[in-house]
Design a protein around this ligand. Structure first.
Ligand SMILES: [Zn+2]
Length: 137
């Protein structure tokens, strides 16, 4: 016999739904602020809000971030356009651009996967790509 708990009135249900919706809105206030301010890092703020908003620190942090983040200004929209580059002038693949920067100037990178390899290696230790043709007779 669950006396008192067996019958929620429709008003009580409505109040609970309203409170739930209100909690959702309050929960996503940082994302709403970030969206309204058209911040640069809206997606990051939203994800922080979504995954860490349940903790007070994450919620306050994402809210502060949303308030302090730079707006998407005109300068931000000016993405530097790459100069027209005729690929016929540079036939070699530019795989080295994906390689991580290294302080050593003598480092050699695999042209296949970009992994750092030794200057004397015949094969890439990462993907097995032949770095040079074996000496033929
Ligand atoms: Zn490789």
């Amino acid at each position: 016999m669950l006396m008192g708990y067996s019958s929620f009135g429709p008003v009580m249900v409505a109040v609970m739904i309203f409170a739930f919706a209100l909690a959702i809105v309050v929960y996503f206030i940082p994302s709403i602020v970030a969206y309204a301010r058209r911040t640069q890092n809206f997606l990051a703020i939203f994800l922080l809000n979504l995954f860490l908003g349940w903790s007070l620190l994450g919620w306050v942090g994402s809210l502060i971030w949303a308030l302090l983040d730079e707006k998407k200004g005109y300068a931000y929209m000016q993405v530097p356009v790459a100069a027209p580059n005729n690929s016929s002038l540079s036939p070699q693949p530019r795989a080295i651009m994906t390689a991580p920067p290294t302080p050593s100037s003598t480092a050699v990178f695999c042209p296949h996967c970009g992994h750092a390899v030794g200057p004397e290696d015949l094969f890439c230790a990462h993907c097995g790509h032949a770095l040079r043709q074996p000496p033929e007779k």
